[in-house]
Design a protein around this ligand. Structure first.
Ligand code: ZN
Length: 203
């Protein structure tokens, strides 16, 4: 399986990192080894001094597809959660500055944390879901899928032009404004429609 991540999918976050608004989705991949195993804490990597949280809606692909039409895209996922796209921001800035690929900053072991999966049928409207990240009990990020520049269906369609989607593939759909650094001993909790799905310690 693979993890496809979307960058710059919320206007406010794109501005907070001084990036241009994209005309088509910005995509990058994480390998399967990036998944943070269940019940493990996130161990702060020694190659960075500025690891950031990015809370994101994540969808799990349940059918194989290529060149998927956006109007059928909703049939290609059944489960959703909130995840954290951990990013070594210092490393990413260096790599971006040199025009180099940023995988070391984005795709390292443990950089993809996942909450509990929720069945799509339990969500009123996937195009208008609210999610929230708290750090040590303080609200840091609030996102709504309605604010995405590219909706989940559009993302599935666009991604499948380049990468065949397979069962179990995950799409991290981008982060809203409010990203920031984590420190050892922080407790991250994430909610989808007020349901707590993720509870994670930084070590
Ligand atoms: Zn991200």
């Amino acid at each position: 399986m693979k993890i496809i991540c979307v960058g710059r999918n919320y206007a406010q976050h794109t501005k907070e990192l001084n990036n241009e608004l994209p005309k088509e989705p910005v995509l990058f991949l994480k390998p399967e080894s990036a998944i943070l195993l269940k019940r493990l804490p996130f161990f702060y990597p020694d190659f960075s001094k500025d690891v950031h949280y990015e809370a994101e809606l994540v969808v799990k692909i349940n059918r194989v597809g290529k060149h998927i039409d956006a109007k059928f895209a909703h049939k290609y996922y059944n489960e959703l959660t909130v995840g954290i796209d951990f990013t070594a921001r210092d490393l990413q800035s260096q790599l971006k500055g040199k025009g180099l690929p940023w995988e070391k900053a984005k795709a390292f072991d443990g950089s993809a944390a996942l909450g509990k999966w929720v069945d799509k049928s339990e969500i009123k409207n996937p195009n208008n879901m609210k999610f929230e990240l708290m750090v040590n009990g303080i609200s840091k990020q609030i996102g709504e899928s309605a604010q995405m520049l590219f909706s989940i269906d559009t993302l599935i369609s666009e991604i499948s032009k380049y990468f065949t989607l397979k069962i179990g593939d995950l799409i991290f759909t981008g982060t809203p404004a409010g990203v920031g650094p984590v420190s050892k001993s922080d407790q991250l909790t994430a909610y989808l429609e007020n349901r707590k799905l993720l509870d994670l310690k930084i070590k």
